[in-house]
Design a protein around this ligand. Structure first.
Ligand SMILES: O=P(O)(O)OC[C@H]1O[C@H](OP(=O)(O)OP(=O)(O)O)[C@H](O)[C@@H]1O
Ligand SMILES: O=c1cc[nH]c(=O)[nH]1
Ligand SMILES: [Mg+2]
Length: 209
């Protein structure tokens, strides 16, 4: 697990957490935060050497390899992270998973899916701002494994220790990396991250209250 340690990330997170921050600012900050986190998350993106000609000399650089990486935002809240991620890796392909957590039982369920059939040999980047109990992320990762994925990086803005531990235990021995903007204190009795930022989907799309 990588937890971002950068004053710009903490500053943006502080504004994001603030209950007084309105949806348009929340959306803009989410996008900016993801671009910063994506820098860490894509550190091991597969590349190969290419020879190019600059105006001055021939040189060897790197290009992102085929098959292209796959970005998977978890609807709804993960959609708010898509633009920030594609800004950094515009050649990636995008697949979608719609998941919702039952707020009584905290069990996640899948209500929409649009992914390539074969994910073997694809690097997958899952986007979901909140890793609370970890149920949603784990179920998303298992979905990708069932399609043959072997290399999954999850980018989350906030994580709770309970959820991170549950995901790490369940994926032990697999190539799964977690990249978090911050690791918060705990979950409350409703399964919300403390101090957290509330319901990310509601705050992104203005459906709170
Ligand atoms: O770790 P968990 O306990 O599973 O909780 C985290 C999930 O809850 C939120 O989604 P939600 O179900 O609220 O759907 P939404 O994005 O449509 O608001 C969040 O975006 C995660 O997907
Ligand atoms: O704190 C939380 C927990 C789950 N989902 C959210 O959006 N926020
Ligand atoms: Mg929600």
């Amino acid at each position: 697990m990588h937890v971002a340690d950068h004053p710009l990330i903490t500053h943006k997170l502080t504004v994001l957490r603030d209950v007084a921050t309105p949806s348009p600012t929340f959306r803009a900050l989410t996008s900016e935060l993801v671009t910063l986190l994506a820098y860490e998350a894509t550190r091991h993106v597969r590349t190969h050497e290419v020879t190019i000609q600059t105006p001055v000399a021939e040189t060897v650089g790197l290009a992102i390899s085929e098959p292209r990486p796959l970005i998977v935002p978890i609807l709804r809240a993960g959609l708010g992270m898509l633009e920030g991620m594609t800004a950094l890796m515009p050649s990636a392909e995008v697949g979608f998973l719609g998941m919702v957590r039952n707020e009584e039982t905290l069990e996640p369920s899948v209500y929409a899916e649009r992914l390539p059939d074969d994910l073997s040999n694809r690097q997958c980047f899952v986007l979901d701002p909140m890793l609370a109990t970890g149920g949603s992320l784990l179920s998303a990762i298992q979905y990708l494994f069932e399609r043959g994925a072997q290399d999954v990086t999850a980018v989350c803005i906030l994580g709770a220790p309970e959820g991170v531990a549950a995901v790490e235990k369940a994926v032990e021995g697999h190539d799964v990396t977690l990249v978090l903007g911050a690791l918060d204190e705990r979950l409350n009795e409703h399964g919300y991250i403390v101090p957290g930022l509330g319901d990310a989907g509601d705050r992104l799309y203005g459906t709170a209250g």
